[in-house]
Design a protein around this ligand. Sequence first.
Ligand SMILES: [Zn+2]
Length: 180
Amino acid sequence: MKFCTSCGSTVALTIPEGDDRERFVCTSCESIHYVNPRVIVGCLPVHEDKVLLCKRAIEPRLGYWTLPAGFMENGETTPQGAARETWEEARARVTDLELYRIFDVPYISQVYMFYRCRVEDGRYGVGPESLETGLYTEQEIPWDEIAFPVVKQTLQSYFEDVKTGHYPVQVSAVEYRRRS
Ligand SMILES: [Zn+2]
């Protein structure tokens, strides 16, 4: 951050009085601009024994497969955001959303939340951010072409949990890992 979003003056990184870490503080109006983690909400849309995946039409990881997910917008709940992203990326309406996986990714200050849900009538399409979409069984999933580790973990958990029919909510932290 370089400029104050309130008055347009330059900002400086300083520790405000009573705080314990550096913040962007305006050199003119003294507004403190907090930068906090961003929330990514997504769905694990299920139809019969298949899950709905999207092939990414955008960077990063263009051409790789993912679950529909994206940044939460102001004024919406996390399930609303997850459902909205699923409509935007896969043109599927989803119901019965249940929180399933949370991933803290502190090295990039992001939080991922995935909801299990049903694809209404098993109908879907292709949104502008996807090259193609499809329903895949565990065996059909292109496991070597999954875009992000959190998506792969969520899919792996799901197909493990399907065997027992219990879907406990899990919270995990993702450590920095260089892609090979
Ligand atoms: Zn200012």
